[in-house]
Design a protein around this ligand. Structure first.
Ligand code: PMP
Length: 393
């Protein structure tokens, strides 16, 4: 039996993650400095780990409600109101999921019929287009540009709008560019969504991680948007809790109910240990979160100054923990540059085209990495740029 013939067309249409493919090369190599994986280099704060341990000590090892623990949904509802300025009813409008990853998948599966189109901005997080495709939708990218700070401009949306456009997928601050939206951008995008009766899926997982006095604005808070928006957030990034696998979706009851149906048959509920840890993160996690953010701010500055020094242009990322320098001046493609950086200088960063064709020419460098490692990585990158320059002359 040829098992390759038995794989579904939907799955065959989806490529493997460009990040993972690249990092297969790095696994097991202690000599490599990695700016590659998009996660904090901190362990979750101790009081959060302790809450998880204590819940186990108390014997909390059961399922929870499909929606998640009510106490956590209540706490999420308070946090979301404070963070995004939108109120959600914890009883019917909040669903706790296994990371934002699951929430994105559920939302796509809940709203899409075969052929429905979802517009998303690119470069973007690697799972967006696959989540749409695996839900039988069509993923329709709109390129964002370095000169706009990788913000999505509402004007570009009308170019790809068709009668089949059903939803708009957003992620600001953006992985991999660190791009953010101004208030005016958010207003214009929201007006576009309302005028064209689009649903909006907005992944605001990096919303706490902003620098240089930047403010986060959510489309969910704009007039006419709450009723058409699913807001995603989670604990992986700001609270350094990636391994707990906990996220949530907030939205109007019919959308949350539809997502919950898929969740209850596929996942049943998110792990109770992680939910107990998340409860502690929301109740007492702000000081540690701010401390981590301050350290990312310092690392970001080191990286940006370093890129300037070695003559690699880098649009200033305003949020998340990624820089997206432009290495096209070396004459190499993203992949060629990243491969040489790894093979010749033992530094790993993700080629920009892993995030869509408009990422070509760039490199994603995650700066949730120790300062000392960042400095060495910069030095090595500088050496490679010089080597390449010499080859050309
Ligand atoms: N959205 C974005 C934009 C991300 O960068 C990531 C993780 N890299 C996720 C979602 C997935 O987050 P989670 O760990 O909550 O599944």
């Amino acid at each position: 039996m040829n098992l390759n013939d038995r794989i579904s067309d939907q799955v065959n249409r989806v490529p493997r993650s460009g990040i993972r493919d690249f990092f297969e090369l790095v696994i097991g190599r202690d000599d490599v400095i990695s700016l590659g994986v998009g996660e904090p280099d901190y362990a979750a704060p101790w009081h959060i780990r302790e809450a998880a341990i204590y819940s186990l000590e108390k014997g909390m090892t059961s399922y929870t409600s499909n929606l998640g623990l009510l106490s956590l949904r209540q706490e999420i509802s308070k946090y979301v109101e404070k963070q995004f300025g939108v109120e959600y009813d914890p009883e019917t409008e909040v669903l706790i999921t296994v990371g934002v990853s699951e929430a994105l998948d559920l939302a796509c599966r809940a709203i899409l019929n075969p052929g429905d189109e979802v517009i998303y901005h690119e470069p973007c997080y690697v799972s967006y287009s696959p989540s749409v495709i695996m839900a039988y939708g069509q993923a329709v990218p709109v390129a964002t540009a370095a000169e706009d700070g990788f913000a999505l401009k509402a004007g570009t949306l009308s170019e790809v709008l068709t009668p089949k456009s059903k939803a708009l997928m957003l992620n600001f601050p953006t992985n991999p560019t660190g791009g953010t939206l101004s208030r005016a951008d958010v207003q214009e995008i929201s007006e576009f969504a309302v005028e064209n009766d689009l649903l909006v899926l907005t992944d605001e997982i990096y919303s706490e991680l902003l620098y240089d006095g930047e403010t986060h604005y959510s489309v969910a808070a704009e007039p006419g948007m709450r009723e058409r928006t699913i807001l995603f957030h989670g604990f992986s990034k700001a609270f350094a809790m990636t391994g707990f696998r906990l996220g949530y979706a907030c939205g109007p009851p019919p959308l949350i109910e539809a997502m919950m149906k898929i969740h209850q048959y596929s996942m049943l509920c998110a792990p109770i240990t992680s939910q107990m840890a998340a409860l502690e993160a929301l109740r007492n996690g702000e000081p540690a979160m701010k401390k981590m953010r301050d350290s990312y701010a310092m690392r970001r500055r080191t990286l940006l100054d370093g890129f300037e020094e070695i003559g690699v242009p880098c649009p200033e990322p305003k949020g998340a923990f990624y820089a997206f320098p432009d290495v096209s001046g070396t004459g190499l493609s993203s992949k060629e540059f990243a491969t040489r950086l790894l093979e010749e200088k033992n530094v790993a960063a993700v080629p920009g085209d892993a995030f869509g064709p408009s990422g070509e020419g760039h490199l994603r460098c995650c700066y949730a990495t120790a300062l000392e490692k960042l400095r060495i990585a910069l030095e090595k990158m500088g050496e490679l740029v010089t080597d390449i320059g010499k080859e050309g002359s």
